[in-house]
Write a protein that binds this ligand. Structure first.
Ligand SMILES: [Fe+2]
Ligand SMILES: [Fe+2]
Length: 244
């Protein structure tokens, strides 16, 4: 049961559709989601009662709809497949498309809109951070989690961890998520919530709309890793250690 003291993270886990509302209200549910809903609303200057009402309506209308994937009850393998096929694929293709679009918009409008220089720099930095980040997840962390899952299924000892414990790469990934979250906040502030100026061309509008979608997807992606996948992986590693 959700109440004003439930953490934002917990609400996002229990009601995945609430993340759409959090995006709209600019309430952080991925990296900074570990605070009660009441506190998050207070610091965002939003009336908690209104938020509770909207959440209540949402849960009523969704109780009849089957959710696409029940993340909390999904297996680690399903979660990793979902993260890779949905978020990693999207992030990679959008990074490539938006980097050239951002350069194009900067060349065309940088004279009248000098903030575009900083926007381009921030997005380039975000991509430069995300590429090796996803590579580490794909090559090191996720294969280790999948190997743990297999060991558990076969009742075998856990796989060798070259990094000591899974807690180490998890901590590193979470730190990198925080940095990405900070860059997203800077981008949002710089672009005044992705508001296009009246003289913006189609490319400019397309870019800002796509950047906002990119932000939304990355929030969801980080939420699934920080709040669902990583805690489950830590739990599984502990279970395997106790068993051996
Ligand atoms: Fe990821
Ligand atoms: Fe990640």
């Amino acid at each position: 049961m959700i109440n004003s003291q439930t953490t934002v993270r917990e609400v996002a886990l229990q009601m995945p559709e609430s993340t759409r509302l959090f995006e709209k209200l600019k309430i952080d549910y991925c990296c900074g989601g570990n605070q009660p809903l009441a506190n998050a609303c207070a610091s965002a200057g939003i009336d908690i009662d209104n938020v509770m009402r909207v959440l209540g309506k949402m849960s009523q209308s969704n109780s009849t709809e089957a959710s696409a994937l029940d993340f909390q009850n999904a297996s680690l393998t399903e979660l990793i497949e979902h993260i890779l096929n949905t978020h990693h694929v999207f992030t990679k293709s959008e990074m490539e498309r938006l980097q050239s679009l951002a350069d194009k918009v900067l060349n065309a409008h940088g004279g009248n809109h000098p903030e575009l220089v900083h926007m381009d720099e921030l997005f380039t930095r975000l991509c430069a951070d995300l590429k090796p980040h996803m590579f580490k997840e794909e090559q090191v962390l996720f294969p280790y989690i999948l190997a743990m899952t297999q060991a558990a299924e076969l009742n075998q000892a856990g796989p060798f961890a070259p990094f000591g414990t899974v807690n180490n790469p998890v901590r590193m990934m979470m730190k990198e998520h925080d940095i990405a979250g900070q860059i997203l906040r800077e981008l949002r502030a710089l672009t005044s919530d992705y508001k296009v100026p009246p003289d913006a061309c189609i490319s400019y509008r397309t870019l800002y709309e796509a950047l906002e979608n990119f932000e939304k997807d990355l929030h969801q992606h980080i939420h699934l890793e920080n709040n669902v996948l990583f805690p489950k992986a830590l739990e599984l590693e502990n279970a395997l250690l106790q068993q051996s």
